[in-house]
Write a protein that binds this ligand. Sequence first.
Ligand code: ADP
Ligand code: MG
Length: 231
Amino acid sequence: MNQTAKIINQAKKEDRKTLLETEAKTICAEYDIPVNKFQLAKSEKEAAAYADEIGYPIVLKIVSPNIIHKSEAGGVKVNLKNAAEVSVAFKTIIENAKKYKADAKIVGVLVQEMAPQSTEVIVGAIKDSQFGQTIMFGLGGIFVELLKDVNFRVAPLTTEDAKEMITQLKAFPLLNGYRNTPPADIDALISIICNVSRLVMEQPEIKELDLNPVMAYPKGAKTVDARIILE
Ligand code: ADP
Ligand code: MG
């Protein structure tokens, strides 16, 4: 767990509670939580070069310790199809960030592989004052925000716990295949939930973790946004 300890120590040294998406995803990858390919670009030119390397379509995102909700700040551009579009989006994202928070420290722009659209799920972890590390699972968007259709379990979790968190959702039929939508890979989701449980149990410095969204596919799953907050 080399990277994880290094990242957490560095943030502590800087007196920074929120990890950057790059840092959170590096930690995820170290705990076998699948994330999309990404590279941090410091300039428009670098962004275009990384995009060519990763392959199109591309997503660009602002990386700033002062901007937590990136889309709210106009800091996310998806489905960029070539280097010219990447260059334009790079400039727009930086401008939007400055408009959103004039004094925001801008680390760069994250160039990432665009994950194909699919059913979006959320995996979260919080430290409850009474129960300690607690894991959350639900479907994305209105299912969490409006319908509060989420399940919580106290960590550490067994595979069986993780499976129940998924199958006991009211919206489970949406994951289990309906009409033209094929069933999601439940084992891939179970593995992510269990790895998140292991991560927060092994790293008690983590106060909050949010994988939102995770794309659930018929084969596999991929985390496209990760947020970690330290104690
Ligand atoms: P934030 O939650 O900070 O606003 P996200 O990284 O979650 O920013 O991006 C906003 C939305 O853009 C996501 O909910 C997802 O639908 C989409 N998105 C972000 N990154 C990707 C990606 N790499 N591939 C596909 N879609 C993405
Ligand atoms: Mg998000």
